[in-house]
Design a binder for this molecule. Structure first.
Ligand code: NAD
Length: 488
């Protein structure tokens, strides 16, 4: 099977912060791949904008080094690379002053109907000033759009302030808030699975589903991000955005159309239906301790007294007819046993087993939507153990690992940013968060954080390479359930 490429119109993409980590690691490689796959039309241009003392040639050099590092020299097609580098330009500009904006203006042709995207790959404190400067310097035409990424606020008040700053300069229809989890193939496949197949939707409710587990486990620690991460923690860094988005896509009602308005309306309804978290008993925070000559979280963060969580598990409940009584257990953490992300939908037990107990019991069906490492979907079933050994039951998995199912080894799985940047150019906001979604997520998160801050709650220690703190196991044991294994 060959991935179908739908070319986009010629465009201008301005990347603010083009010399930074996100641009080098994700955006430049993503754009290169889009050119390699034939999606970038003649005449499309990418303009890097940053404070650095640099010219076009310097930026092309930086991009070339980034491609060597993050695409890999073996994978790199030198002809495509050279064509790609030819599309790049650079404008030196300071987001906080008036300097450089007329140069940017001069670098952007005024062609009616030509999409013009401003990607803000800079710290959020620059979002407002950059948006205002774009508008003030006459660069915001009807085809302009602005792209921002987390952190979108630190709490509800700051998220509102950020939304106000953006909407002071751009219409909501021009604002693209990236959550790169929504660009993952599997996550979009969750919607295809639910809404393009008649099989699951009739079962997708409290009558048939026992509970849902959403796990985003990382094996790495906070690496060089300690100073930043220590002011944030797992709740703000992962739950407020990625995990709640995954919960929304799992739980939302079928939208009338796969379009930005209907899809985002349904996600928003889920966020607004989230019941307040039921006290600290429904939340377990953890922090990894040192072990095997590896530093603890507090050592890595260089803050011995840190109360920031590098792990969180919580029980979320959705107060509506479809989901009443079905817990959604979320957990995420660093330095865990393996890097593994999945949404696991566990169905209820059969109402009555007809098989003799010694042959084994039917295990509940689990639909697991795996985001990483190998994107794919599996459905665990109970089948008869093959052979003449009587009616004995065993587990088997229907496995749709995309790399295999899609014919694969030759088909590179595109990175989420590739899909999302091209959606920006196409003007499709379906996979981007609307301002009210971001605020609704904070409105649910804020009281939970306020409660642990009020009680000076300390995170529970857990071992590096484990599945998290013991208390997190208890969170499910108390409900007669257990977490799925964290394994790659
Ligand atoms: P970075 O510090 O590596 O890069 C920041 C960029 O902003 C640099 O190019 C710098 O020159 C530019 N810059 C700084 N001050 C400026 C100014 N006054 N005027 C113009 N340009 C200025 O940061 P990063 O890791 O690339 O992250 C950028 C944003 O993306 C942050 O908000 C970050 O939280 C977010 N983000 C990053 C990642 C990632 O993987 N790095 C992932 C998700 C979100």
């Amino acid at each position: 099977m060959v991935a179908r490429v739908v070319p986009v119109e010629p465009f201008d993409l301005v990347v603010f912060g083009a010399t930074g980590d996100l641009a080098r690691r994700k955006l430049i490689p993503a754009l290169y791949h889009r050119m390699q796959d034939g999606q970038m039309p003649e005449g499309a241009r990418i303009i890097g904008a940053a404070r650095s003392e640099m010219d076009d040639a310097g930026f092309r050099k930086l991009a070339s080094v980034a491609l060597e590092e993050f695409v890999g020299s073996a994978e790199l097609d030198k002809l495509v690379r050279d064509r790609f580098l030819g599309r790049l330009g650079f404008v030196r500009l300071d987001a906080t002053t008036d300097q450089g904006w007329e140069r940017l203006h001069a670098a952007l042709p005024d062609v009616p109907g030509r999409p013009r995207a401003f990607y803000l790959s800079v710290a959020p404190r620059f979002f407002g000033p950059i948006a205002r400067h774009i508008a003030d310097s006459g660069l915001r035409g009807p085809e302009a759009r602005i792209v921002v990424e987390k952190p979108l606020g630190h709490d509800l008040a700051s998220a509102r302030a950020l939304n106000a700053a953006l909407s002071g300069a751009f219409d909501e229809a021009q604002i693209y808030r990236i959550d790169h989890y929504l660009g993952k193939e599997t996550v979009q496949n969750l919607m295809a699975l639910r809404f393009a197949n008649a099989l699951f939707e009739p079962l997708w409710n409290a009558r048939h589903i026992d509970h849902v587990q959403i796990t985003v486990a990382e094996s790495v620690g906070i690496e060089g991000r300690g100073a930043y991460y220590d002011t944030v923690g797992a709740m703000r860094d992962m739950v407020q955005n990625h995990m709640l988005q995954l919960l929304c896509l799992t739980a939302m009602e079928p939208p009338a159309r796969f379009e930005p308005g209907p899809v985002r309306d349904e996600k928003l309804k889920v966020l607004r239906a989230l019941a307040p978290v039921n006290g600290l008993g429904a939340v377990v925070r953890g922090q990894y301790r040192s072990g095997n000559s590896q530093p603890s979280y507090a050592q890595e963060a260089d803050n011995p007294q840190s109360r920031t969580e590098s792990y969180i598990a919580l029980k979320a409940e959705i107060g509506n007819w479809r989901w009443n009584g079905v817990p959604f257990y979320l957990r995420t953490g660093k330095r865990l046993r393996a890097r593994m992300s999945e949404i696991a939908v566990q169905f209820k037990d059969v109402p009555h087993s007809i098989f003799p107990g010694e042959g084994g019991h039917p295990a509940p069906n689990v639909l697991a939507i795996r985001l990483q490492p190998d994107e794919g979907i599996t459905l665990s079933m109970t089948i008869k153990d093959p052979g003449p050994g009587g009616m004995r039951l065993t587990g088997a998995e229907l496995d749709m690992t995309f790399a295999e199912t899609l014919g694969a080894t030759s088909l590179r799985m595109p990175d989420a940013y590739e899909r999302l940047v091209m959606d920006v150019i196409r003007g499709d906001q379906t996979l981007f968060m609307r301002g009210d979604e971001v605020e609704a997520a904070w409105a649910w998160i804020d009281p939970v954080i306020a409660e642990w801050e009020e009680r000076s709650d300390r995170p529970r220690p857990y071992d590096i390479g484990s599945s998290g703190p013991e208390d997190a196991l208890m969170l499910l044991h108390r409900d007669g359930r257990r977490w799925r294994e964290i394994e790659a």
